[in-house]
Ligand binder design. Structure first.
Ligand SMILES: C[S@@+](CC[C@H](N)C(=O)[O-])C[C@H]1O[C@@H](n2cnc3c(N)ncnc32)[C@H](O)[C@@H]1O
Length: 279
């Protein structure tokens, strides 16, 4: 597990998520361009995150990456803001971004599976596209529960197994490679982003969030499923260029809308059950 985590760290230390969109002459231009492209490609991110709810609350973001969302949390005027990432690279990007806006956050290099915070420290925990990369996702979700206060809320995006992105990768690295019996789990672990990346069915996700209250889970077709933006930093080539031209986007939107890669989960930590009800 620890060896795999080192591989994950090394992968994201080579390039943070979305770095190839960071074009411009100055750091400010680069960070702003990355954020602009991000929210253009993922217009559903703002409605999901509900950044304005950070106001007056203690907010934690797990896996800040290049810090675009973290800046939005900082702008919401939280009581306190904390961000962690497994990589120094992401922590630096995020510190730089906040500094450019004169905003502050306690940003640390830390591990989602062992959060360096006491129990019940936060009102909001946000994590977007992160916890499926860590080797023990269920443990990281237990950590989210532990650091949330009673009544606190988490919003978490992890990957959905039955997605167009998964089927495409299977077509490329299973079917066309003469290995049609390769499982989707194996395909995600080897070919989608960092080594060991996982994706979950809705039922599996609900199982990992069983200790939480009012859990809502929905899936979201994204730019990867629709081949409408970049398709991940590992994938290029003629096959992809052809697919991009022929991709039946209207059909997917109409008939396969539950086959998006993004699985958006909102859950809260309910009041502890009284001791006489426990067990
Ligand atoms: C796909 S990026 C997402 C970053 C950002 N949330 C975004 O949406 O752009 C995944 C991030 O998760 C971080 N990460 C992976 N495993 C982690 C762990 N165990 N603890 C903290 N961060 C982790 C990586 O370093 C990387 O920055």
């Amino acid at each position: 597990m620890e060896a795999l985590k080192e591989q994950v760290r090394s992968f994201w230390n080579q390039a943070s998520c979305g770095e190839r969109y960071a074009e411009g002459d100055t750091v400010k231009q680069q960070l702003e361009e990355q954020a602009r492209v991000r929210y253009e490609l993922e217009p559903y991110l703002f409605p999901f995150a509900k950044f304005a709810e950070g106001k007056g609350r203690d907010v934690l973001e797990i896996g800040v990456g290049m810090g675009a969302d973290h800046l939005e949390w900082a702008k919401s005027n939280p009581r306190s803001l904390t961000g962690i990432d497994l990589t120094e690279r992401a922590a630096e990007f995020t510190r730089d971004r906040l500094e450019l806006y004169g905003l502050h956050s306690d940003i640390r290099v830390a591990d989602a599976e062992n959060l360096p915070f006491p129990d019940e420290s936060f009102d909001v925990v946000f994590s977007y596209g992160v916890l499926h990369h860590t080797p023990d996702t269920a443990k990281a979700i237990r950590e989210v529960y532990r650091v949330l206060r009673t009544g606190g809320i988490c919003r978490i995006m992890i990957y959905h197994k039955y997605s167009m992105v998964g089927y495409m990768l299977w077509a490329r690295y299973g079917l066309l490679s003469g290995r049609p019996f390769r499982s989707l789990a194996d395909i995600y672990a080897r070919y989608l982003e960092s080594p060991g990346t996982k994706a979950y069915s809705v039922a599996e996700a609900r199982g990992m969030f069983r200790d939480f209250a009012s859990v809502t889970v929905s899936t979201q077709l994204g730019f990867g499923d629709l081949l409408s933006g970049g398709a991940g930093q590992r994938h290029r080539g003629i096959l992809l260029s052809v697919a991009r031209k022929l991709w039946p986007r209207w059909f997917i939107r109409r008939f396969l809308r539950n086959h998006g890669l993004g699985m958006m989960i909102e859950a809260s930590r309910a009041a502890a059950r009284p001791a006489f009800m426990a067990g």
